[in-house]
Design a binder for this molecule. Sequence first.
Ligand code: 8IG
Length: 268
Amino acid sequence: MSDQTPPQTLAGEAAAALLQRFGLPSIDLALVLGSGWSGASEGLGEPIGECPLDELPGFAKPVVAGHGGALKLIRTPNGRAAALFTGRTHFYEGRGVAAVVHGVRTAAAAGAKAVVLTNGCGGLHAEWAPGTPVLIRDHINLTGATPLEGATFIDLTEAYSPRLRALAHDVDPTLAEGVYVQFRGPQYETPAEVRMAQVLGGDLVGMSTTLETIAAREAGLEVLGISLVTNPGAGISPTPLEHAEVIAAGAAAEPRLRGLLAGLLERL
Ligand code: 8IG
């Protein structure tokens, strides 16, 4: 992020570059694809084009391998232009909050009215097996950070759109809902921190999403948040899961996640 340009100006520049590059007058919605979600997003619409994210103003390559770093534009079956961000900048990368929320602000500046924020996270309920998608009903931001500057009093009462959550439930009535707790990371929680998150009213623990939701609400976007539980939070399961099990559970969840995203795109 350049130091002098205000974040919204930089997002406007990125939006203009995006629209020009793909020959679009505007976009309608955006999806941010977190850990475990990229595969599920394949084939959701007709490809319009794609580019490395760092070719647009204000974006840098994500540092985490496997976190992607591409922008794909697709035309959904009902004719909407959707921007898919595969990979995101995380707060723990230390590039600052403005870099974390630049994608959301760019989407808003390009005309998007809604954003679907997905992530991979730890689950705080033993019955949520790895591979379970959970709708985010509300969040607790434990990062101590905010994308807002000055006296910007943004209402977060219904940060995660009840309307969009109802649409998701139309697609999959069995979807659970939960409160997402964002820790700064990059270390995972201790078992004591997981118990704290439970006492605070949390159901999911992760390292993304809440800052993006705040910026999205500031920009007037409707937000749908969906977490993929990839592992039980530390101390929840008596036996630590093998990494291979977690990967396998994620892969097994792919058809369900794809069906969920496809069903949502029919309704958004
Ligand atoms: I994947 O257990 C994934 N991301 N904070 N805790 C936090 N982030 C995560 C976790 C987890 N699993």
